[in-house]
Design a protein around this ligand. Structure first.
Ligand code: ADP
Length: 160
C-alpha cells in the first residue's frame, strides 16, 4: 500500500491545500494530512481545530485521513509506514526552503522520497497567511478557502 504524508501548518486549510490533497489522493492508496504542532508559533486556530476543519473538508475523499504530529516528520512517517512526503510548490520562492528540507529528510532516512506537486495556477498566490490578512481587514475569502469553513474563519477572527 502506497501511503503519502502531506505535512503543513494548515492554519487554516485553503483551496490550494485542498487541491493538492485531492490530486494526491488520486495518485496514492492513502494520504495522511499531517498538521505540524509547532510550540513556537501561535497560530489563529488551535491544532485540534485545524484537524477538525481539514476532516470536514476532506470527508468526501475516502482515502484521506488527518492527524497532528510533533517532532521530526521522518519519525512520524516511519510510525505510519509512509514512504512519500507530498509538498506543494507555488513559486520559486518556495523552492529554496523546500529543497533544503527535502535534502535533510533524505539524509535522515534515504528510503523516504519528497514529491513536489505544482500548484494549480488558479491558487499560485494563495497562502494561509494571505487568507488571514484578507479576513482580518474584512475582505471576501470566498474562493480562497473551502466554502465549508468560511464562517469558521470569519468567526475566529471576529472573536480574537
Ligand atoms: P501556508 O501557510 O504557506 O499555506 P502550509 O505550511 O500550511 O503553508 O502549507 C503546507 C504545504 O502546502 C506546503 O508544501 C506548501 O507549499 C503547500 N501549499 C500551500 N499553499 C499552496 C497552494 N496555494 N498551492 C499549492 N501548494 C500549496
Amino acid at each position: 500500500m502506497r501511503i503519502a504524508v502531506y505535512p503543513g501548518s494548515f492554519d487554516p486549510i485553503t483551496n490550494g491545500h485542498e487541491d493538492i490533497i485531492k490530486r494526491s489522493a488520486n495518485v496514492f492508496d492513502k494520504v495522511i494530512v499531517a498538521v505540524l504542532i509547532n510550540p513556537d508559533k501561535k497560530g489563529l486556530f488551535q491544532i485540534d481545530e485545524r484537524v477538525e476543519l481539514i476532516r470536514r473538508v476532506t470527508a468526501p475523499y475516502k482515502n484521506v485521513s488527518v492527524e497532528s504530529f510533533s517532532g521530526l516528520l521522518i519519525n512520524f512517517m516511519q510510525s505510519r509506514d509512509a514512504k512519500v512526503i507530498i509538498k506543494g510548490l507555488r513559486a520559486v520562492s518556495d523552492f529554496e526552503y523546500e529543497f533544503k528540507m527535502a535534502l535533510m529528510n533524505n539524509k535522515l532516512d534515504s528510503t523516504i522520497e519528497t514529491l513536489f506537486m505544482m500548484t494549480n495556477a488558479q491558487y499560485s498566490y494563495l497562502s494561509s497567511s494571505s487568507v488571514k490578512q484578507v479576513a482580518i481587514f474584512g475582505g471576501c475569502i470566498k474562493g480562497l478557502v473551502p466554502d465549508l469553513i468560511i464562517n469558521d474563519v470569519i468567526n475566529k477572527i471576529r472573536g480574537k
